[in-house]
Design a protein around this ligand. Structure first.
Ligand SMILES: *Cc1c(COP(=O)(O)O)cnc(C)c1O
Length: 389
């Protein structure tokens, strides 16, 4: 390993277990490292590079904005954010958007909004938010509290109070908490990404939507990982018979530039007034120009491609040697393997295919436009690794 590894290990806070790959360059779904080794990338920088690496249309959109102006603050009106918000609302029948820079911030904004909404309607006691065990909502102290996984909490007490955890796909456990607690909102991912690629079932989702409706509790969908076309629909919840009051997204929205968005329906659109929330970089013109390009290309043709590629991956792994089960939705796919998932990742890496893990599964998050040639090549490698001794 060269100087990049040396400098990183010496000077960057030791929070990441990195693979021994120094990235040199990339194009589409292929990376090359500084030793000239080629990798097919099925990780997309954790669901961020929606159209792969160095996508030219997206680059052109960002560069054109870069030449106009890069940042102005939210003290003035700017076109990219305004147009992106219009696009997001028109395509989801939602009403308003707040822009930030990450998934955690998008969730913070939703959590604050839920508290304010409940405070205004039901009083100061109604601040509790139900989230699900196995969920992941971010790394800030509050979104860690929202994350229903003990291992993330342990070293950082005390966390923000006001979060209780229900069992995913167990409606009764949600009902019990609604009876016992003074609840402002239910926050969930339709497919738990970091938690092991666990999809919520349609009956559970309809059930929590009904409970929320009957008790004036807000329904908040965390679309940070599954949103922006990855599910085979524009947003993951659109695969089910539910409409959230708020949804949050980030990762793939910017196509590689940092952006977060909290999207409000009619009921929650005016929870915030001037001065109640903000973000210096929120709605950054470069990120928004990139996101406009990304969203405008997530059309019905691309979405049906996503579904087709998803079906291909599912059928490739279901019943395959060394594979116990396959889970997920669209191009967020989890493979439960007989081998340890980290061993599969490592052996794939050696053979030039980059995949991730999520809990006890190997996780695939390919670019939505990954060429069939590269997809089939990568899947063949993963299959042979799963089957091999
Ligand atoms: C990644 C992720 C987050 C956190 O996003 P950051 O941009 O890392 O803050 C929140 N929720 C879900 C579902 C995620 O996958």
């Amino acid at each position: 390993m060269g100087y990049i590894t040396e400098l990183t290990d010496k000077y960057i806070s030791n929070t990441y277990a990195r693979f021994p790959i120094e990235i040199a360059e990339g194009k589409g779904s292929v990376f090359t490292d500084t030793e000239g080794k080629r990798y097919i990338d099925l990780g997309t920088g954790i669901s961020v590079n929606t159209f792969g690496i160095a996508d030219e249309e997206w680059q052109d959109a960002v560069i054109a904005q870069m030449k106009r102006y890069q940042h102005t603050s939210n003290l003035y009106y700017t076109e990219p954010g305004a147009k992106l918000a219009q696009m997001m609302c028109e395509r989801t029948q939602m009403s308003k958007v707040f822009f930030s820079n990450s998934g955690a911030e998008a969730n913070e904004c939703a959590i604050k909004a839920a508290r304010k909404y409940a405070y205004d309607r039901k009083g100061a006691d109604y601040y509790t938010i139900i989230t699900l065990k196995g969920s992941f909502h971010g790394r800030t102290i509050t979104t860690l509290a929202a994350t229903g996984q003990e291992t993330f909490h342990r070293d950082f007490q005390p966390l923000t109070e006001g979060f209780v955890y229900a069992e995913p796909n167990d409606l009764e456990s949600v009902e019990k908490l609604v009876e016992k607690e003074k609840v402002a909102a239910i926050l969930f991912e339709v497919v738990q990404g970091e938690g092991g690629v666990i999809p919520l079932n349609p009956e559970f989702l309809s059930g929590i939507a009904q409970i929320a409706d009957q008790n004036d509790i807000l329904l908040i969908a965390d679309e940070v990982q599954i949103g922006n076309g990855r599910s085979g629909e524009l947003y993951g919840y659109m695969n089910y018979d539910i409409t959230p009051d708020i949804f949050t997204t980030a990762k793939g929205l910017g196509g590689g530039l940092p952006i977060g968005a909290t999207v409000f329906n009619k009921k929650t659109a005016d929870v915030y007034g001037p001065g109640m929330h903000g973000s210096t970089f929120g709605g950054n013109p470069l990120s928004c120009a990139g996101a406009i390009n990304i969203l405008s290309r997530i059309d019905s043709e691309l979405l049906s491609d996503v579904k087709e590629k998803s079906a291909y991956i599912f059928s490739a792994f279901e019943g395959a040697e060394g594979v116990k089960s396959v889970s997920g939705l669209g191009l967020l796919i989890g493979i439960e393997t007989e081998k340890q998932p980290m061993m599969v990742v490592e052996q794939c890496r050696q053979q030039g295919v980059l995949v991730l893990t999520a809990k006890n599964r190997v996780r695939l998050l390919p670019a939505l436009n990954i060429p069939w040639q590269e997809l089939t090549e990568a899947i063949d490698v993963i299959k042979s690794v799963c089957a091999g001794g």
